[in-house]
Design a protein around this ligand. Structure first.
Ligand code: MF3
Ligand code: CO
Length: 255
């Protein structure tokens, strides 16, 4: 399937989905503190998503058992919430959430500090977020997709961090995962041309150590192979004739 161009009506629905998801992340951010279980974070997220009149897109996706992916420390993505996983001071906690509003999807992730964290961990979280913003500078009609990929990696590398290569961003719309795939590292080609009306989930996953990741026995959780910390930041964005619009980060949210 080709990359879909959304109509003005579809864009309006994706704006609404994104606005709700932005609020869900604001609610979840307040729950990240020492002593809280990752199950509790999922519960709060799931209830908020339903309260806003949406469906959690992750719940049951390929059999995923929760609404929010909660990935702690060396867990990169797809951590499964659990009543026995209790957050502690110094943890870094990636929260990935997706909502469906009237058939349209939004997908976004944030990484939070749990209490006081190390300076290097703080730098990892900030650079991961910053790399998204460097990437979307190139998310403009007439540019090529992999201009975004290169800008993300170029932001990360000077800090000694690495971008995960085995997982990528994606187009999004009526499906959570649409074409194209969006790598977070340099490509040999420039990739497809960008046009107004494309909606993309750009999601750098950044490791302090090596980029290699492995699958855990629960068949979901992805961890860094070397055990180093990993952060994740993601937004659903819209390509326009001018500046890109970040659909899943809406004022007054600043996350
Ligand atoms: N947000 C993830 C992504 O971008 C999806 C989570 S996987 C799921 O691909 F199974 F939890 F849905
Ligand atoms: Co995504």
């Amino acid at each position: 399937m080709a990359i879909t161009i959304k109509s003005e009506r579809e864009i309006e629905l994706m704006r609404e989905a994104g606005k709700i998801l932005s609020k869900v992340h604001d609610i979840l951010a307040k729950e990240v503190k020492p002593g809280v279980s990752t199950w509790h974070i999922d519960k709060v997220g799931k209830e908020a998503i339903y309260d806003f009149g949406c469906k959690p897109s992750f719940l049951g996706y390929d059999g995923y058992p929760a609404s929010i992916c909660v990935s702690v420390n060396d867990e990169v993505i797809h951590g499964i919430p659990s009543k026995t996983r209790i957050l502690k001071e110094g943890d870094i906690v990636s929260l990935d959430a997706g909502v469906i509003y009237k058939g349209y999807q939004s997908d976004a992730a944030r990484t939070h500090a749990c209490g006081e964290i190390s300076a290097r961990a703080k730098e990892l979280i900030e650079v991961t977020r910053q790399s998204f913003f460097e990437g979307i500078k190139f998310a403009r009609e007439g540019n090529h997709l992999f201009d975004i990929s290169a800008a993300v990696e170029d932001c990360v590398t000077p800090h000694g961090f690495t971008c995960v290569r085995d997982f990528v961003g994606h187009g999004i719309g009526t499906e959570m995962h649409e074409e194209p795939q969006i790598p977070n590292y340099h490509q040999k080609r420039r990739g497809p041309k960008l046009y107004a009306g494309m909606t993309l989930a750009i999601e750098p996953m950044v490791n302090i150590g090596r980029p290699d990741v492995v699958w855990m026995d629960d068949d979901w959780t992805i961890v860094t192979e070397d055990g180093s910390l990993s952060a994740h930041y993601e937004n659903t964005i819209l390509i326009t004739k001018g500046d890109p619009e970040i659909l899943s980060l809406v004022p007054p949210s600043t996350l």
